[in-house]
Design a protein around this ligand. Structure first.
Ligand SMILES: NC(=O)c1ccc[n+]([C@@H]2O[C@H](COP(=O)([O-])OP(=O)(O)OC[C@H]3O[C@@H](n4cnc5c(N)ncnc54)[C@H](OP(=O)(O)O)[C@@H]3O)[C@@H](O)[C@H]2O)c1
Length: 280
Protein backbone atom coordinates (compact mmCIF):
# COMPACT_ATOMS: atom_id res chain seq x y z
CA UNK A 1 0.00 0.00 0.00
CA UNK A 2 1.20 3.46 -0.91
CA UNK A 3 -0.04 5.81 1.77
CA UNK A 4 2.19 8.85 1.73
CA UNK A 5 3.83 11.21 -0.75
CA UNK A 6 7.23 10.12 0.48
CA UNK A 7 6.57 6.39 0.19
CA UNK A 8 9.02 4.61 -2.05
CA UNK A 9 9.38 1.61 -4.30
CA UNK A 10 12.54 -0.43 -3.88
CA UNK A 11 14.43 -0.82 -7.15
CA UNK A 12 16.11 -4.16 -7.90
CA UNK A 13 19.43 -2.87 -6.51
CA UNK A 14 17.84 -1.87 -3.20
CA UNK A 15 17.67 1.87 -3.92
CA UNK A 16 14.43 3.51 -2.81
CA UNK A 17 12.61 5.70 -5.32
CA UNK A 18 9.56 7.84 -4.47
CA UNK A 19 6.36 6.72 -6.20
CA UNK A 20 5.44 10.30 -7.02
CA UNK A 21 7.65 13.11 -8.27
CA UNK A 22 7.59 16.39 -10.14
CA UNK A 23 8.22 16.59 -13.89
CA UNK A 24 9.67 19.75 -15.44
CA UNK A 25 9.46 19.11 -19.20
CA UNK A 26 9.07 22.33 -21.23
CA UNK A 27 9.66 24.55 -18.22
CA UNK A 28 12.23 27.13 -19.29
CA UNK A 29 15.01 28.39 -17.06
CA UNK A 30 13.79 31.20 -14.82
CA UNK A 31 11.93 32.03 -11.66
CA UNK A 32 8.83 29.96 -12.48
CA UNK A 33 10.99 26.83 -12.72
CA UNK A 34 12.94 27.54 -9.53
CA UNK A 35 9.70 28.27 -7.67
CA UNK A 36 8.02 25.09 -8.95
CA UNK A 37 10.88 22.90 -7.74
CA UNK A 38 11.00 24.69 -4.38
CA UNK A 39 7.27 24.55 -3.91
CA UNK A 40 7.18 20.82 -4.70
CA UNK A 41 9.87 20.08 -2.12
CA UNK A 42 8.21 22.39 0.43
CA UNK A 43 4.96 20.45 -0.04
CA UNK A 44 6.65 17.11 0.51
CA UNK A 45 7.76 15.93 -2.94
CA UNK A 46 11.12 14.21 -2.80
CA UNK A 47 11.62 13.33 -6.46
CA UNK A 48 12.35 15.64 -9.41
CA UNK A 49 12.61 14.49 -13.03
CA UNK A 50 14.59 16.51 -15.56
CA UNK A 51 16.72 15.80 -18.65
CA UNK A 52 19.65 17.40 -20.45
CA UNK A 53 17.41 18.18 -23.45
CA UNK A 54 14.98 20.19 -21.27
CA UNK A 55 17.79 22.74 -20.93
CA UNK A 56 16.66 23.57 -17.42
CA UNK A 57 19.07 21.62 -15.21
CA UNK A 58 20.59 24.84 -13.88
CA UNK A 59 17.28 26.15 -12.58
CA UNK A 60 16.29 22.71 -11.27
CA UNK A 61 19.60 22.65 -9.38
CA UNK A 62 18.99 26.13 -8.01
CA UNK A 63 15.50 25.17 -6.84
CA UNK A 64 16.87 22.03 -5.20
CA UNK A 65 19.67 23.87 -3.38
CA UNK A 66 17.42 26.67 -2.15
CA UNK A 67 14.79 24.18 -0.97
CA UNK A 68 17.36 22.04 0.84
CA UNK A 69 18.54 25.11 2.72
CA UNK A 70 15.10 26.51 3.49
CA UNK A 71 13.55 23.18 4.45
CA UNK A 72 16.71 22.04 6.26
CA UNK A 73 16.89 18.80 4.32
CA UNK A 74 20.00 16.78 3.52
CA UNK A 75 20.65 16.01 -0.18
CA UNK A 76 20.13 12.28 0.49
CA UNK A 77 16.42 12.91 1.14
CA UNK A 78 15.92 13.86 -2.52
CA UNK A 79 15.74 11.64 -5.59
CA UNK A 80 16.99 13.44 -8.68
CA UNK A 81 16.69 12.01 -12.19
CA UNK A 82 18.21 13.23 -15.43
CA UNK A 83 18.65 11.69 -18.88
CA UNK A 84 21.35 11.50 -21.50
CA UNK A 85 20.24 13.02 -24.81
CA UNK A 86 20.44 11.15 -28.12
CA UNK A 87 23.30 13.24 -29.51
CA UNK A 88 25.47 12.15 -26.57
CA UNK A 89 24.87 8.41 -26.83
CA UNK A 90 28.27 6.71 -26.91
CA UNK A 91 30.69 5.51 -24.26
CA UNK A 92 32.87 8.59 -23.66
CA UNK A 93 30.19 11.05 -24.73
CA UNK A 94 27.61 9.62 -22.31
CA UNK A 95 30.06 9.84 -19.42
CA UNK A 96 30.83 13.43 -20.41
CA UNK A 97 27.08 14.17 -20.63
CA UNK A 98 26.62 12.81 -17.10
CA UNK A 99 29.38 15.10 -15.81
CA UNK A 100 27.79 18.06 -17.63
CA UNK A 101 24.38 17.35 -16.07
CA UNK A 102 25.91 17.09 -12.60
CA UNK A 103 27.73 20.34 -13.08
CA UNK A 104 24.60 22.19 -14.26
CA UNK A 105 22.55 20.76 -11.41
CA UNK A 106 25.35 21.55 -8.94
CA UNK A 107 25.19 18.00 -7.57
CA UNK A 108 27.88 15.38 -7.03
CA UNK A 109 25.65 12.42 -7.86
CA UNK A 110 22.28 11.61 -9.40
CA UNK A 111 19.84 9.12 -7.98
CA UNK A 112 18.81 7.94 -11.42
CA UNK A 113 20.30 8.44 -14.86
CA UNK A 114 18.35 7.30 -17.91
CA UNK A 115 19.00 6.75 -21.60
CA UNK A 116 16.34 9.14 -22.92
CA UNK A 117 15.48 7.36 -26.23
CA UNK A 118 16.48 3.98 -27.70
CA UNK A 119 18.52 5.18 -30.68
CA UNK A 120 19.31 2.01 -32.63
CA UNK A 121 22.99 1.19 -32.91
CA UNK A 122 23.85 3.57 -30.07
CA UNK A 123 22.00 2.67 -26.90
CA UNK A 124 24.11 -0.38 -26.02
CA UNK A 125 27.34 1.64 -25.95
CA UNK A 126 25.63 4.28 -23.83
CA UNK A 127 24.40 1.55 -21.50
CA UNK A 128 28.02 0.41 -20.99
CA UNK A 129 28.81 3.95 -19.90
CA UNK A 130 25.90 3.97 -17.44
CA UNK A 131 27.11 0.63 -16.07
CA UNK A 132 30.58 2.15 -15.53
CA UNK A 133 29.12 5.17 -13.73
CA UNK A 134 27.04 2.84 -11.58
CA UNK A 135 29.89 0.43 -10.78
CA UNK A 136 32.10 3.36 -9.82
CA UNK A 137 29.40 4.51 -7.39
CA UNK A 138 28.84 7.81 -9.19
CA UNK A 139 25.10 7.24 -9.70
CA UNK A 140 22.67 5.40 -7.41
CA UNK A 141 20.57 3.77 -10.12
CA UNK A 142 20.49 3.54 -13.92
CA UNK A 143 17.69 2.95 -16.35
CA UNK A 144 16.12 3.63 -19.71
CA UNK A 145 13.28 5.62 -21.16
CA UNK A 146 10.99 4.99 -24.11
CA UNK A 147 12.10 1.38 -24.43
CA UNK A 148 9.65 -1.07 -25.99
CA UNK A 149 9.91 -4.76 -25.06
CA UNK A 150 12.15 -5.49 -28.05
CA UNK A 151 14.54 -2.67 -27.07
CA UNK A 152 14.76 -4.09 -23.58
CA UNK A 153 15.34 -7.59 -24.94
CA UNK A 154 18.16 -6.29 -27.11
CA UNK A 155 19.72 -4.40 -24.20
CA UNK A 156 19.44 -7.39 -21.86
CA UNK A 157 21.36 -9.62 -24.31
CA UNK A 158 24.66 -7.92 -23.37
CA UNK A 159 23.86 -5.93 -20.25
CA UNK A 160 25.86 -6.71 -17.14
CA UNK A 161 23.39 -4.73 -15.06
CA UNK A 162 19.67 -4.77 -15.73
CA UNK A 163 17.99 -1.34 -15.99
CA UNK A 164 16.29 -0.47 -12.73
CA UNK A 165 13.64 1.73 -14.36
CA UNK A 166 11.88 2.16 -17.71
CA UNK A 167 10.19 5.57 -18.03
CA UNK A 168 7.62 5.63 -20.83
CA UNK A 169 4.54 7.49 -21.99
CA UNK A 170 1.70 5.98 -19.97
CA UNK A 171 -1.82 7.23 -19.24
CA UNK A 172 -5.37 5.87 -19.51
CA UNK A 173 -5.31 6.12 -23.34
CA UNK A 174 -1.96 4.26 -23.50
CA UNK A 175 -1.90 1.84 -20.61
CA UNK A 176 1.17 -0.16 -21.67
CA UNK A 177 -0.14 -3.43 -20.20
CA UNK A 178 2.25 -5.74 -22.07
CA UNK A 179 5.27 -3.63 -21.23
CA UNK A 180 4.20 -3.51 -17.59
CA UNK A 181 4.04 -7.32 -17.54
CA UNK A 182 7.45 -7.66 -19.17
CA UNK A 183 9.04 -5.16 -16.78
CA UNK A 184 7.46 -6.83 -13.76
CA UNK A 185 8.90 -10.18 -14.89
CA UNK A 186 12.35 -8.59 -15.17
CA UNK A 187 12.21 -6.55 -11.99
CA UNK A 188 12.29 -3.26 -13.88
CA UNK A 189 10.24 -0.48 -12.27
CA UNK A 190 7.82 1.20 -14.70
CA UNK A 191 7.53 4.96 -14.58
CA UNK A 192 4.85 6.99 -16.39
CA UNK A 193 5.61 10.18 -18.31
CA UNK A 194 2.82 12.49 -19.45
CA UNK A 195 0.57 10.73 -16.93
CA UNK A 196 -2.07 13.43 -17.47
CA UNK A 197 -1.70 13.11 -21.26
CA UNK A 198 -0.40 16.68 -21.16
CA UNK A 199 -3.74 17.98 -19.92
CA UNK A 200 -5.88 16.37 -22.63
CA UNK A 201 -7.90 13.96 -20.48
CA UNK A 202 -9.72 16.37 -18.22
CA UNK A 203 -12.99 16.20 -20.21
CA UNK A 204 -13.05 12.40 -20.39
CA UNK A 205 -16.55 11.42 -19.14
CA UNK A 206 -15.66 8.19 -17.27
CA UNK A 207 -12.71 9.83 -15.51
CA UNK A 208 -15.01 12.73 -14.58
CA UNK A 209 -17.66 10.38 -13.25
CA UNK A 210 -15.13 8.54 -11.07
CA UNK A 211 -13.56 11.82 -9.93
CA UNK A 212 -16.94 13.28 -8.92
CA UNK A 213 -17.78 10.15 -6.97
CA UNK A 214 -14.62 10.52 -4.88
CA UNK A 215 -14.76 14.30 -4.64
CA UNK A 216 -11.42 14.39 -6.44
CA UNK A 217 -10.13 15.87 -9.71
CA UNK A 218 -9.47 13.88 -12.88
CA UNK A 219 -5.73 14.51 -12.39
CA UNK A 220 -5.92 12.97 -8.91
CA UNK A 221 -7.85 9.95 -10.19
CA UNK A 222 -5.24 9.29 -12.91
CA UNK A 223 -2.32 9.65 -10.51
CA UNK A 224 -4.06 7.32 -8.05
CA UNK A 225 -4.64 4.80 -10.88
CA UNK A 226 -0.88 4.83 -11.62
CA UNK A 227 0.03 4.29 -7.99
CA UNK A 228 -2.48 1.45 -7.49
CA UNK A 229 -0.92 -0.22 -10.55
CA UNK A 230 2.54 0.04 -8.98
CA UNK A 231 3.72 2.63 -11.49
CA UNK A 232 5.97 5.52 -10.49
CA UNK A 233 4.74 8.82 -11.89
CA UNK A 234 5.92 12.41 -12.36
CA UNK A 235 3.08 14.81 -13.27
CA UNK A 236 4.31 18.24 -14.31
CA UNK A 237 2.93 21.50 -13.03
CA UNK A 238 4.45 24.87 -12.30
CA UNK A 239 1.37 26.04 -10.35
CA UNK A 240 1.65 25.64 -6.61
CA UNK A 241 -2.03 24.74 -6.16
CA UNK A 242 -1.73 21.96 -8.75
CA UNK A 243 1.54 20.72 -7.31
CA UNK A 244 -0.37 20.34 -4.02
CA UNK A 245 -3.43 18.84 -5.74
CA UNK A 246 -1.40 16.23 -7.63
CA UNK A 247 0.09 14.98 -4.38
CA UNK A 248 -3.22 14.89 -2.52
CA UNK A 249 -3.98 11.34 -3.62
CA UNK A 250 -3.39 9.34 -0.46
CA UNK A 251 -6.79 9.72 1.18
CA UNK A 252 -8.95 7.75 -1.26
CA UNK A 253 -8.85 4.43 -3.06
CA UNK A 254 -10.15 3.37 -6.46
CA UNK A 255 -12.18 0.17 -6.38
CA UNK A 256 -11.19 -2.81 -8.53
CA UNK A 257 -14.12 -1.99 -10.79
CA UNK A 258 -12.98 1.62 -11.19
CA UNK A 259 -9.44 0.48 -11.96
CA UNK A 260 -10.80 -1.84 -14.67
CA UNK A 261 -12.98 0.90 -16.12
CA UNK A 262 -9.95 3.18 -16.40
CA UNK A 263 -7.86 0.32 -17.86
CA UNK A 264 -10.51 -0.15 -20.54
CA UNK A 265 -10.13 3.44 -21.80
CA UNK A 266 -6.94 2.30 -23.57
CA UNK A 267 -6.85 3.23 -27.25
CA UNK A 268 -3.13 2.96 -27.98
CA UNK A 269 -3.07 6.74 -28.32
CA UNK A 270 0.22 8.63 -27.95
CA UNK A 271 0.87 12.33 -27.37
CA UNK A 272 4.59 11.79 -27.88
CA UNK A 273 6.59 9.96 -30.56
CA UNK A 274 6.55 6.20 -30.96
CA UNK A 275 9.93 4.80 -29.85
CA UNK A 276 9.94 2.70 -33.04
CA UNK A 277 9.57 5.74 -35.22
CA UNK A 278 11.32 8.92 -34.17
CA UNK A 279 13.78 11.05 -36.07
CA UNK A 280 15.71 12.97 -33.42
N1 LIG B 1 11.22 10.41 -20.91
C1 LIG B 1 10.58 11.13 -21.78
O1 LIG B 1 10.77 10.99 -23.01
C2 LIG B 1 9.58 12.14 -21.32
C3 LIG B 1 8.72 12.75 -22.25
C4 LIG B 1 7.79 13.66 -21.77
C5 LIG B 1 7.73 13.94 -20.42
N2 LIG B 1 8.61 13.35 -19.53
C6 LIG B 1 8.57 13.66 -18.09
O2 LIG B 1 7.26 13.45 -17.59
C7 LIG B 1 6.79 14.64 -16.97
C8 LIG B 1 5.29 14.76 -17.09
O3 LIG B 1 4.87 14.75 -18.43
P1 LIG B 1 4.36 16.05 -19.22
O4 LIG B 1 4.96 17.25 -18.62
O5 LIG B 1 4.60 15.80 -20.66
O6 LIG B 1 2.79 16.05 -19.06
P2 LIG B 1 1.71 15.79 -17.89
O7 LIG B 1 2.34 15.74 -16.56
O8 LIG B 1 0.86 14.66 -18.36
O9 LIG B 1 0.80 17.09 -18.02
C9 LIG B 1 1.30 18.37 -17.74
C10 LIG B 1 0.22 19.38 -18.13
O10 LIG B 1 -0.93 19.24 -17.31
C11 LIG B 1 -1.15 20.44 -16.57
N3 LIG B 1 -1.54 20.04 -15.21
C12 LIG B 1 -0.77 19.43 -14.27
N4 LIG B 1 -1.48 19.14 -13.17
C13 LIG B 1 -2.73 19.58 -13.41
C14 LIG B 1 -3.92 19.58 -12.64
N5 LIG B 1 -3.96 19.04 -11.43
N6 LIG B 1 -5.05 20.13 -13.19
C15 LIG B 1 -5.02 20.67 -14.44
N7 LIG B 1 -3.91 20.70 -15.21
C16 LIG B 1 -2.78 20.16 -14.70
C17 LIG B 1 0.13 21.22 -16.61
O11 LIG B 1 -0.08 22.61 -16.61
P3 LIG B 1 0.52 23.63 -15.51
O12 LIG B 1 2.00 23.47 -15.45
O13 LIG B 1 0.08 24.95 -16.06
O14 LIG B 1 -0.16 23.29 -14.22
C18 LIG B 1 0.71 20.80 -17.97
O15 LIG B 1 0.13 21.57 -19.00
C19 LIG B 1 7.56 15.73 -17.72
O16 LIG B 1 7.50 16.98 -17.10
C20 LIG B 1 8.93 15.11 -17.80
O17 LIG B 1 9.60 15.25 -16.56
C21 LIG B 1 9.52 12.44 -19.98
Amino acid sequence: MIEHLQDTTTLHNGVKMPWLGLGVFKVAEGLELVQAVKSAIKHGYRSIDTAAIYENEKGVGQGIHEALLEDKLPREKLFVTSKVWNADLGYESTIAAYEASLSKLGLDYLDLYLIHWPVQGKFKEAWRALETLYKEGRVKAIGVSNFHIHHLEELLQDAEIKPMVNQVELHPYLNQQELIRFCKDHDIQMEAWSPLMQGQLFDQPILNEIATKHGKSVAQVIIRWDLQHGIVTIPKSTKEHRIIENADVFNFRLSDEEMTRIDSLHQNHRVGPDPDNFDF
